[in-house]
Write a protein that binds this ligand. Structure first.
Ligand code: GUN
Length: 297
């Protein structure tokens, strides 16, 4: 039987509908959520992500400040820009699109973002709070993955979850969330990476398989347990002369053969991608709401 397709657009729409209500309530209190999006350089994939994020803000009523800097921008100028957004009370979230040009130290930039505006959840304070099980901004893609699992009716507690990839943006935080002692956690989690011996032996045990290593079509049907839930985080551009833009987007999962084995699977595009954006909006609204909360002032 073919796998259930987990439609990220539908789940993202329902999250956005709920956010609309919260944005109206903020409006009544005189607060409009604001997000500063900083893009350094002209990488076309990054520019396309940033455009999607800005459009999503506009559609839902979040103020988005679009800050475009040339690829030659110095680290100092970028730090000043981040500081300016930290100080601006109309900005509740700051997103510096990664990757940054190689002459800029990414860690210094992330460290400069105020944790109270860290809607990407990449600051060490945010990641530390996540690891400790405290309230924090959860990185958007991992948060979106858990939402997709919950909305698709996947039982997380007690399951075997295998995460491919150990990045700070996806692999590690999603492993933390799935193993957390919480209603949306309690899975037994294995993280596989480039030095893992016999990855397939691990993936074949997985009830939930999260592929986030950025290798097109890496997960093949023989690596998947029948009935498993497969979440594909890959967003790889591969050359395709039949397409007008010259490439197509493929995930880390070999979609057709794997969907014949899996119980449920996310497509690329239209799976995790829309959820990442929905969770960014959600974190920005949460940050704006905190300005009205006594305990966050
Ligand atoms: N680059 C790829 N994914 C992301 C993301 O979620 N946030 C930022 N800031 N940069 C990224």
């Amino acid at each position: 039987m073919a796998a259930q397709i987990i439609d990220g657009k539908t789940v993202a729409d329902s999250i956005r509908a709920n956010l609309g209500v919260r944005i109206e309530a903020l409006d009544s209190a005189g607060v409009r959520p604001g997000l500063a999006v900083i893009l350094v350089g002209e990488d076309s994939a990054s520019a396309s992500y940033v455009r999607s994020k800005e459009r999503a803000c506009e559609r839902i009523g979040i103020y988005s400040r679009d800050i475009r800097l040339s690829a030659e921008t110095s680290e100092e100028v970028l730090l000043d820009q981040v500081e300016a957004q930290n100080r601006d009370p109309s900005i509740h979230g700051i997103l510096v699109q990664l990757p940054l040009p190689s002459h800029i130290d990414t860690e210094s930039i992330i460290n400069a973002i105020s944790p109270s505006k860290d809607v990407d959840g990449f600051h060490p304070v945010s990641l530390g709070r996540l690891a400790a099980g405290l309230e924090t901004f959860v990185p958007c893609t991992p948060a979106g993955i858990v939402e997709l699992l919950v909305h698709s009716g996947t039982v997380i507690a007690g399951s075997e979850a295998v995460v491919l990839g150990r990045s700070n943006i996806v692999g590690r935080p999603v492993a933390t969330l799935l193993s957390q002692k919480s209603p949306r956690g309690n899975a037994t989690v294995t993280i596989c990476h480039s030095r893992t011996d016999d990855i397939a032996a691990h993936t074949r045990r997985a009830d939930i398989l999260v592929a986030a290593m950025g290798a097109p079509g890496f997960v093949t049907a023989d690596m998947v347990k029948p009935g498993a839930v497969v979440i594909d985080v890959g967003m790889n551009r591969v050359d395709d002369p039949t397409k007008e833009r010259g490439y197509r987007l493929v995930g880390d999962v070999d979609f057709e053969p794997v969907s014949a084995v899996a119980g449920a699977i996310t497509p690329v595009p239209g799976g995790v991608g829309p959820m990442t954006i929905a969770m960014l909006l959600s974190n920005t609204v949460t940050s704006a709401e905190r300005t009205l909360r006594e305990d966050f002032r």
